[in-house]
Design a protein around this ligand. Structure first.
Ligand code: NCD
Length: 369
């Protein structure tokens, strides 16, 4: 069965097909209004959300289906100590497809290993957010008319911003993409994204603290908020929260056809004066999100299981010899899980946690249990 946990699981061709379907839905919505009749989508949100949850729910309703679920961990059996795996096995008895958001990284992957219905990752901690990326790709395709030959500025919290990690992963597969990574030193892009995606795919990128320095070169400027909920130290958050505030003055050297994006919610990293600039695409981006989720739900609900051969992982694994040190990893709360590290880079002998992709590369680390 196909799930969507990480954007990498979709081929470029599959993403192109989803974009094509989403554009068709935008043009002929009535054609799709009963495609999910009698089907149910469960939205399991263990972490707050406005856009993503409502967008999934609106998407299912526009396909003629029904929705059920919860919007905070407090109102689920998690508050009684139920494991993710048990919650999923239960919800799979009621729903045909599940969209799940969780503060722990790797939780949707764990869910997918136990689920009898397709799971969609609607955001796991600071890790991944594949459906925001599909939204971003549809936005770029509609607003710029292409997914290649683009210089993309990503600005703000590149460390904890899961939308950024998934977007880099997806865009790195297109031709002639350059990234300008704009962040304070404390919020730079994680090493695993640099090593496993940018460097492995030989993608050109620059890291800078300066929002205006490369403004005139950008085709896309993707602003993000500083992710307060992921900070262990509130003081540090307060010090960094206003690192970048985009306003009209800062856009003075920008291209006339720049596309300004933001996954939202905005805190104050884009001044409201920018909203009336035609280049500000962030509210249009919200609309695109519903259409691409409709296309995704259709693909996963109607999948033909016989055609989906599960891919065997042939990479070397180390099991239960070491615990993941990432405090946000799902293994820190799910007692029954095996601790699995996968050899992701043979040359450098780098192992990463199967669930959250945190690195373990110290020599003889397995002896330190
Ligand atoms: C993003 C998220 O949840 O990661 N929002 C969204 O899904 N539209 C970005 C954010 O919360 O900053």
């Amino acid at each position: 069965m196909r799930h969507l946990i990480d954007i990498k699981e979709l081929t470029v061709e599959e993403i192109e097909e989803l974009i094509k379907v989403a554009k068709d839905i935008m043009q002929f919505p009535e054609k799709y209004s009963e495609k999910c009749k009698h089907k149910k989508l469960a939205t399991l949100f263990f972490e707050p959300s406005t856009r993503t949850r409502l967008s999934f729910e609106a998407a299912m309703m526009e396909l003629g289906g029904n929705v059920l679920g919860f919007s905070e961990a407090k109102s689920s059996s998690t508050s009684k100590g139920e494991s993710v795996s048990d919650t999923i096995r239960t919800v799979g008895c009621y729903a045909d497809i599940i969209a799940m958001r969780h503060p722990k990284e790797g939780a949707p992957l764990v869910a997918s290993l136990k689920s009898t219905v397709p799971i969609i990752n609607a955001g796991d901690g600071g890790h991944n957010h594949p459906t925001q990326t599909l939204t971003d790709l549809l936005t770029i395709s509609c607003e710029k008319g292409r997914l290649d030959n683009l210089t993309i500025g990503l600005c703000g919290d590149l460390k904890f911003g899961r939308t950024v990690h998934s977007l880099i992963t997806a865009m790195s597969r297109h031709k002639n993409i350059k990234f300008v990574l704009i962040s304070p030193d404390e919020l730079k892009i994680p090493e695993y994204v640099k090593e496993e995606i940018l460097e492995k795919n030989k993608i050109e990128y620059i890291e800078t603290n300066d929002l205006e320095k490369y403004m005139d070169e950008l085709d896309i400027l993707y602003m993000t908020r500083v992710q307060r909920e992921r900070f262990l130290d509130e003081e540090e958050y307060l010090r960094l929260k206003d690192s970048y505030i985009l306003n009209n003055l800062k856009l003075k050297n920008a291209k006339n056809d720049l596309c300004i994006m933001h996954p939202l919610p905005r805190v104050n990293e884009i001044s409201t004066e920018v909203d009336s600039d035609l280049r500000a695409a962030y509210f249009r981006q919200v609309k695109y999100g519903k259409y691409i989720r409709m296309a995704l739900i259709l693909k996963l609900v109607n999948q033909n299981n016989e055609n989906n051969v599960e891919k065997n992982n042939t990479k070397k694994e180390i099991i239960n010899e070491m615990k993941c040190k990432n405090p946000s990893c799902i293994t820190t709360i799910e007692q029954e899980l095996d601790h699995v590290f996968i050899l992701t880079d043979e040359e450098k002998n780098i192992y990463r946690c199967k669930y959250c992709e945190h690195i373990y590369k110290e020599e003889n680390w397995w002896k330190s249990i």
